[in-house]
Design a protein around this ligand. Structure first.
Ligand code: SF4
Length: 472
């Protein structure tokens, strides 16, 4: 039998029809929906007089537009309010489970899927949102789709797609203390470029990936698309299974055992040849930070700002050739579907515990979901944050994108744990520096870009390290 990559195995399992032009109709196991990209698709469905084919395989949440304070009595702009109420109406009409604002299972779509056990190995998962690639951390084919494709899935639970090529990125060795999954993915994008993944689906493999918690793997897969890839995945293993067991919607009892025996088979064949293969050593990775206006503009925190992109330099207000360390920052944003999970908040809290936020720094610490918010309270993270001068907000996409009230003012510098630093992403004129929660914590205490390895302090959450196990 021909050797296959994990991606190809999953694709073949879900292929309903193979067309002459090389494209396929694939079956979709899970469809996540949020308030921004769904209204037009629901309207299209209605216009064509079609029913929502499999509402039980869809899950909806509110995340992009909602405020991250005062959710019990939310104040929203007219457009945001309209999108939120449309989602409510559409879900009620079509019988779709909705985790709306203040619901105990509400949160960012790519945070709640995994934490509720709705994302499971071997699935095909789509959402009208680019960072659907996050779910690939569980050994799924997960990718973002456009509005017309959302409508296609609503109507048929299937999707017409061209099969991407396969790439494997192997990362051998171990990440150093103070270096996280976020640093790893920023490093990979800086080495390979933002177009390297175009036309490919990436499998992340190697010792460094195996040593990551599920949260870390999600961070890596989340940003696979910033390399231009259709998505990224990691073969499931014991770390995956330990994460999923006893989640709300995970199978249980005999069904768990059955599922587990299937999940254990999900891996690429040993002798399979990928269309492209790249290899890196984790020990080469330092804490990373972006200096420019795309996620490929990452440099080690000890590095020098390049001088070859005058437009980006002008936007960022920097001179090329200067050290990035010690540059002043104004805002810190910890959150998003990249780094808004409990492990991220633990890392941030463990770093700031017993210290004080720098004067003049505004910090938004935003849990990725209601469950993360609750857990942060129960574990004492909120208390640590408060004592250090920080405040835990309510869940949402927040300052990841300028669609709600959490906007960074023009000209201000924000260390952000999110995934995109495009011009205006966090607000018109906002200057975004992508980094890990640890690097964000170091900057929050000093008011300047700082190397988190200078003082990694052991606390009750343990010394922050790349092998810290997450929420198991
Ligand atoms: S946190 Fe940011 S990247 Fe993630 S779903 Fe929300 S807006 Fe998109």
């Amino acid at each position: 039998m021909k050797s296959k990559t994990l991606f190809d195995k999953l694709w073949d399992q879900h292929e309903v029809l193979s067309l002459e032009d090389g494209s396929s109709v694939i079956y979709i196991d899970r469809h996540f929906i949020h308030e921004v990209t769904s209204p037009q698709a629901f309207a299209g469905l209605e216009k064509r007089g079609l029913p929502f084919f499999r509402p039980d395989q869809a899950i909806a949440t509110m995340d992009h537009n909602i405020p991250t304070t005062g959710q019990a009595n939310p104040v929203m702009g007219a457009e945001s309010g309209l999108q939120v109420s449309r989602l409510r109406e559409n879900c009620a009409k079509h019988g779709i489970a909705l985790f709306g604002m203040t619901h105990p299972m509400n949160g960012i779509v790519h945070v709640i899927g995994p934490e509720l056990g709705l994302t499971r190995p071997g699935m095909t998962i789509v959402c009208g949102d680019s960072h659907t690639s996050t779910h690939g951390a569980f050994g799924t084919i997960a990718f973002g789709i456009g509005t017309s494709e959302v409508e296609m899935v609503m109507a048929s639970q299937c999707l017409l797609q061209r099969r991407p090529k396969t790439m494997r990125i192997n990362i051998g060795g171990k990440l150093s203390v103070g270096v996280t999954a976020k640093d790893l993915i920023l490093y990979l994008i800086s080495k390979l470029g933002t177009g390297a993944g175009t036309g490919y689906f990436i499998e992340f493999a190697g010792e460094a990936i195996r040593l990551l918690s599920m949260e870390g793997r999600m961070t890596v897969c989340n940003m696979a698309i910033e390399m231009g890839a259709r998505g990224g995945l990691v073969a499931p293993d014991e770390v995956t299974f330990n994460y999923l067991i006893h989640r709300e919607f995970s199978p249980s009892g005999e069904q768990w055992e059955q599922a587990l025996s299937g999940w254990k088979l999900l891996k690429s064949d040993d002798d399979v040849v990928f269309d492209r293969e790249e290899t890196f050593d984790a020990s080469d990775v330092a804490p990373m930070i972006t200096w420019g206006t795309n996620p490929g503009a990452g440099i080690p925190i000890t590095g020098t700002i390049p001088d070859n992109d005058l437009k980006a330099l002008a936007y960022m207000g920097w001179n090329g050739g200067e050290k990035i360390m010690d540059q002043k920052i104004d805002y810190v944003f910890v959150g998003s579907c990249t780094n808004g999970r409990i492990e991220d908040l633990r890392e941030f809290a463990s770093y700031v515990q017993g210290h004080k936020k720098a004067d003049g720094v505004t910090a938004w610490i935003v849990p990725g979901s209601k469950k993360v918010e609750l857990q942060a309270r129960e574990e004492g993270i909120e208390e640590i944050l408060n004592e250090a001068g920080f405040e835990l907000r309510e869940p949402g996409c927040s300052a990841c994108l300028a669609m709600n009230d959490d906007k960074i003012p023009a000209g201000k510098y924000c260390i952000s744990t999110s995934n995109r630093n495009f011009e205006g992403r966090q607000g018109p004129g906002a200057r975004t520096l992508l980094a890990s929660p640890l690097t964000a914590a170091a900057a929050a205490l000093t008011g300047r870009i700082s190397d988190p390895r200078r003082s990694v302090i052991p606390t009750k959450f343990g010394t922050p390290s790349p092998t810290t196990k997450g929420d198991e």
